[in-house]
Ligand binder design. Structure first.
Ligand code: FAD
Length: 407
């Protein structure tokens, strides 16, 4: 039997950003419905979860996950990272970023994606203001004068004042709303895997820039286990995925060097195509986009989901104002303000990542000039600190905020 339900906000996509948006809305007292096309797998968080699909969550995201009550589910599975060590494969001397330099307890934490989703799902399910529908496939959007109706393949429908597209890179919502996006394939894949290292990772993220792209070893919750994110051509990624575990680990060792001693393992290897995209519009009538449905970035600085969470915070802050004034949630001015604010911030990060990739490619062609730039970043503490604060999502945080968010 078909049924139709009405909510103030409908979120399509129950990944990290969709659920994060729902949790923030519930915190603000705004009811919403999250629709996810897949069923969530059962995840037993009492056992340590170590996986190759992880995201580095920056300090600002961690602080908000803590406030929302998600951190208590995540903490045991999180690999805190306090330092970042970055170098070029031809140079021995690395660039070091240490949270102690700016008096923070950590830069962030690497968390398996499934754990973040599960933690946020638990927070949402505990709230009477959030309804989660799984195994629902949206098929049609109807834009009425005062609400939007989403029809699903099972015949049911949900109507809402505002529809949030949080359905990732190949967003159905974006397509339905007729929002165009500029896609630039990087002609690179990220080969992700899980490895053991003889020396402990020392809560440090390790990243070496190679001719073919960056290779990162990200510290996980066990002192000798790291997640690997290795950018390379799609052909090489495919070839390496097909190697035996031992052959792959040998190639990885050669590319990474011996900073952490012998590397063993290289399990759960998967190749993921990388691309850049940024939508031309974040908002169209009653539809608004957040997270990867609006932008996709190279994972070299681990910022994708952090930007998505910032989208959610900015959007919910605008909606909270409207909710308090009992104004329609699809009011144009606040939504346009959201679009402007997020475009500027996301554009800056997208461009910075492109510049960083170009910089390391340029190092091969102009080693003298790049060496001067490297020295400037190392020797000028304000630039160094600024880079860290930017990546941690804490540009303007005060000492008071820092202490109130201590993890
Ligand atoms: C190799 C790699 C490493 C990365 N590392 C980092 C990192 O260290 N730090 C970081 O911040 N970011 C990182 N990222 C980026 C990060 O993974 C993404 O930014 C993040 O997953 C985006 O979350 P999202 O919720 O917007 O989209 P997604 O994670 O794609 O979630 C979208 C959800 O919507 C659902 N969905 C899709 N279509 C529909 C539909 N039609 N109806 C209903 N549901 C639908 C999907 O099933 C999914 O659950 C990395 C990315 C890659 C590829």
């Amino acid at each position: 039997m078909s049924r139709s339900v009405e909510y103030p906000v409908l979120i399509i996509g129950g990944g990290m950003v969709g659920l994060y948006t729902a949790a923030l809305l519930a915190e603000a007292g705004i009811a919403c419905c999250v629709v996810e096309r897949k069923a969530y797998p059962t995840l037993d968080l009492s056992e340590l979860i170590l996986e190759s699909r992880v995201c580095a969550l920056n300090w600002a995201t961690l602080s908000r996950l803590k406030r929302l009550g998600a951190w208590e589910h995540i903490q045991a599975h999180a690999g805190m990272f306090r330092r970042l060590c970055v170098w070029h494969y031809k140079k021995k001397k690395p660039l070091l970023f240490d949270c102690a330099d700016i008096a923070y307890p950590a830069l962030g934490a690497n968390v398996p994606n499934r754990v973040t989703v599960e933690a946020l799902r638990r927070v949402c399910e505990a709230s009477p203001l959030v309804t989660i529908l799984t195994d629902y496939e949206p098929t049609r959007l109807i834009d009425n004068s005062d609400h939007v109706v989403c029809v699903f393949s099972n015949g049911e429908s949900v109507s809402a004042e505002l529809l949030v597209g949080a359905d990732g890179l190949h967003s159905w919502v974006r397509e339905q709303a007729g929002i165009a996006t500029s896609i630039k394939p990087y002609s690179m894949n990220a080969l992700v895997s899980l490895v053991q290292t003889q020396r402990p990772h020392q809560e440090t993220g390790w990243q070496v820039f190679h001719r073919e792209g960056p290779l990162a070893l990200l510290p996980l919750a066990q002192a000798h286990t790291c997640a690997v994110v290795w950018s390379q051509s799609p052909e090489e990624a495919k070839r390496r995925c097909e190697l035996s575990e031992q052959e792959r680990q040998q190639e990885l060792q050669e590319a990474f060097g011996d900073r952490l001693g012998p590397i063993t393992g290289s399990k759960q290897a998967v190749a993921i195509p990388l691309s850049y995209h940024h939508v031309n519009q974040y908002v169209s009538k009653r539809v608004v986009l957040v997270g990867d449905s609006a932008h996709r970035i190279h994972p070299l600085a681990g910022q994708g989901v952090n930007l998505g969470c910032r989208d959610a915070e900015c959007l919910v802050s605008e909606l909270t104002g409207l909710h308090r004034r009992r104004a329609p949630l699809s009011s144009s001015t606040p939504l346009q303000r959201y679009a402007r604010t997020r475009r500027v911030d996301n554009q800056l990060m997208l461009r910075s990542m492109d510049a960083l990739l170009a910089y390391y490619a340029w190092q091969r062609k102009a080693p003298m000039a790049s060496s001067l730039l490297h020295k400037a970043t190392t020797l000028m503490p304000p630039i160094h600190a600024l880079c860290m604060r930017y990546a941690m999502g804490i540009w303007g945080a005060t000492l008071l905020e820092r202490e109130s968010h201590a993890i």
